[in-house]
Design a protein around this ligand. Structure first.
Ligand code: ADP
Length: 228
């Protein structure tokens, strides 16, 4: 993708948007900025933002906008974001989208579409390595040795917000706060829906095709800046 690649993956939790976004960012040579990862790193480092965000993340609710915006703005100021970046998990509500409009123009917004029951199955089976952050799934992507990371042997854990009680909250939050962004970005001509039902390579191929289609348009035809 040429120029500024300020795309984001607008996905319901568990739509594997993180894995997809990270692969895409690598392929197009821009940093992958996941607000979930930034927040979890702040929690692990026990920074003031992390300490305040922790209980919100555990419950499956959204972290207050001012905290997320602060952490994202700090990251966007880094030199590696100058030529473009890929946002993952941000914005999560209309207020964040509005704030983003005065910080960074978007080229496109990808939404990953997935049936609800598949989503719940994906989330409840997800396991992560606390050492290297590798992601597994008990059914679809099991580690070679049960409950151990293939890379470093660390015992795998379930994210607190992947437990059933938090998954319900996350889905409700998605419907109430994040889903309205679909109309928001559709109305601005930025929305690119991606069918997320399929194996990871198939979904990645669909995503790359959508990105390639953006690149084929002349810059003047691109919707860049349309959210301003
Ligand atoms: P998932 O997409 O699987 O929910 P994320 O890593 O994107 O995982 O987010 C995990 C949690 O981090 C969210 O449930 C929420 O508490 C917090 N979070 C991430 N991004 C945002 C955001 N943009 N605004 C508010 N909270 C956020």
């Amino acid at each position: 993708m040429d120029g500024r690649a300020a795309d984001r993956a607008l996905g319901t939790a568990g739509g594997r948007k993180g894995t997809q976004a990270s692969r895409l960012a690598q392929a197009i040579g821009v940093p992958h900025l996941s607000t979930g990862d930034l927040l979890r790193a702040a929690v692990a480092a026990r920074t003031p933002i992390g300490l305040e965000a922790d209980s919100h993340i555990r419950s499956g609710g959204l972290v207050p906008d001012r905290l997320v915006l602060k952490i994202l703005e700090e990251r966007l100021a880094a030199a590696d974001c100058r030529a473009g970046f890929l946002l993952d998990g941000f914005p999560r509500n209309v207020a964040q989208a509005t704030a983003l409009e005065s910080i960074a123009p978007l080229d496109a917004v990808f939404s990953f579409d997935l049936p609800e029951e598949l989503l719940v199955r994906r989330l409840s089976g997800r396991r992560v390595c606390p050492t290297c952050q590798a992601v597994y799934h008990v059914e679809t992507l099991p580690p070679r040795v049960a409950d151990r990371c293939d890379r470093d042997g660390t015992a795998l854990v379930q994210r607190p917000d992947d437990r059933p009680e938090a998954v319900g909250t996350r889905f409700k939050v998605y419907l109430e706060q994040t889903a309205p962004l679909l109309d928001h970005y559709r109305g601005r001509g930025l929305l690119r829906p991606i069918d997320a039902d399929g194996d990871p390579d198939t979904v990645q191929a669909r995503l790359r095709e959508a990105v390639a289609a953006l690149g084929r348009k002349a810059p003047s035809e691109r919707a860049r800046g349309a959210t301003r």
